[in-house]
Design a protein around this ligand. Structure first.
Ligand SMILES: *Cc1c(COP(=O)(O)O)cnc(C)c1O
Length: 357
């Protein structure tokens, strides 16, 4: 691959030469046998990664398309938005723009969503759906999914819409077992594919609900996706390049083995955590709820973060993030998502040491 600045940002992440080669394969028609065979080939692997027997859909949009689609297809009227950072906070606004009554369950950035608070809010009987982000990429918080799902199980008439954009395939999430109604992920983060594509799956309960909801639109109509998937097709012309890249990535994931992949993320994440502690930095996310795929480092040492990012790029051709939105300069984020190994993450940390000294 040509010399370039390597991304250790928590999205988009570095895309390997192998994936880019698959992305650049010659086109095929999306209504022919070649496409159907391609979809057929990747589908069982996707179901395994989602932990579901339900169909898995291919959406030519970034994750927000499916996040908005989930609101339009699954929320009857009142949705509780669990908010703990930039992405989860924005979902409230998106739900309101779709004409739904959305209410916040807001915690301070850096804190997690507590299942007890979800329980309290749902006990009002007011809500028919909940939005939750598993791994809040802006703050580096990973929410306690099993506990929250156990709470949701007490409310069978409430649908759970879950974003796993920055945790999918890096942390185990069993959609069927956990009772998740819509589970979605994007391409450019945990999966290390080029941006502009997403994947999602929908429970029977959510399909049944969608049938009774008007104004689902067309591009993200879940029932349209379901009908087309039954014939191994997508509703509209998909980004074929992304699907080739996905096929290549899935082969890699299953060659490595899912458990080995989870373990690799544990280990690379632990390396970053050790570095943070030993260099006198702190974590932005509270203890016990820290992401396994990225680390949001608190700038308690008062360094010039923008300058750090600049020097890292100039000297080592490595790009990190200087903090999301209002956290810019107060934090910086280091990603261990995608293809990173103990070797590549150790290199990142050595380069950080070099520019910090
Ligand atoms: C990046 C991100 C998104 C948004 O993805 P787009 O590709 O910009 O649509 C949503 N949720 C989480 C958790 C993210 O990290």
């Amino acid at each position: 691959m040509q010399q370039h600045d390597k991304l250790f940002t928590p999205g988009p992440v570095e895309v390997s030469a192998k994936t880019l080669a698959a992305f650049a394969r010659p086109m095929i028609g999306h209504r022919g046998e070649d496409f159907k065979n391609l979809y057929r080939d990747i589908h069982p692997k996707l179901q395994t990664l989602f932990g579901t027997k339900q169909p898995v859909f291919l959406s030519t949009s970034s994750a927000w398309g499916v996040m908005e689609g989930a609101i339009r297809n699954v929320v009857r009227q009142n949705v509780l938005c669990c908010m703990c950072g930039a992405f989860s906070d924005k979902w409230l606004d998106v739900a309101r723009r779709c004409g739904k009554n959305a209410e916040p369950l807001q915690v301070e950035w850096g804190k997690h969503i507590d299942a007890k608070d979800v329980d309290l809010a749902l006990s009002s009987g007011k809500f028919d759906a909940v939005t939750l982000i598993h791994n809040e990429t802006s703050t580096g918080v990973m929410n306690p999914l099993p506990e929250i799902c156990a709470t949701l199980a007490k409310y069978p008439d409430v649908a759970l819409i879950l974003d796993t954009v920055s945790s999918f395939s890096a942390v185990k999430i069993d959609m069927d077992e956990l009772g998740i109604d819509v589970m979605l992920t994007g391409s450019q983060k945990a999966l290390a594919l080029p941006p502009g594509f997403s994947l999602f799956s929908v429970s029977e309960k959510a399909f049944a609900r969608a049938e009774k909801i008007d104004n689902r639109g067309y591009y993200f109509d879940f029932l349209e996706f379901k009908k087309q998937q039954a014939n191994w097709m997508t509703p509209t012309t998909p980004s074929i390049g992304h699907i080739y890249a996905l096929q290549s990535k899935l082969e890699e994931i299953f060659e490595e083995g899912i458990d080995a992949r989870l373990d690799r993320h544990e280990k690379t994440n632990a390396l970053v955590h050790d570095w943070v502690r030993s260099r006198g930095f702190d974590f932005f996310a509270e203890e016990g709820f820290r992401s396994k795929t990225l680390t949001c480092v608190k700038n308690n040492r008062g360094i010039d973060v923008v300058d750090l990012v600049k020097r890292l790029r100039e000297r080592h051709h490595i790009v990190i993030d200087p903090g999301y939105g209002k956290l810019k300069g107060k934090t910086f984020r280091l990603s261990n998502m995608g293809d990173e190994t103990e070797e590549t993450v150790s290199h990142l940390l050595a380069c950080l040491d070099d520019v910090l000294k």
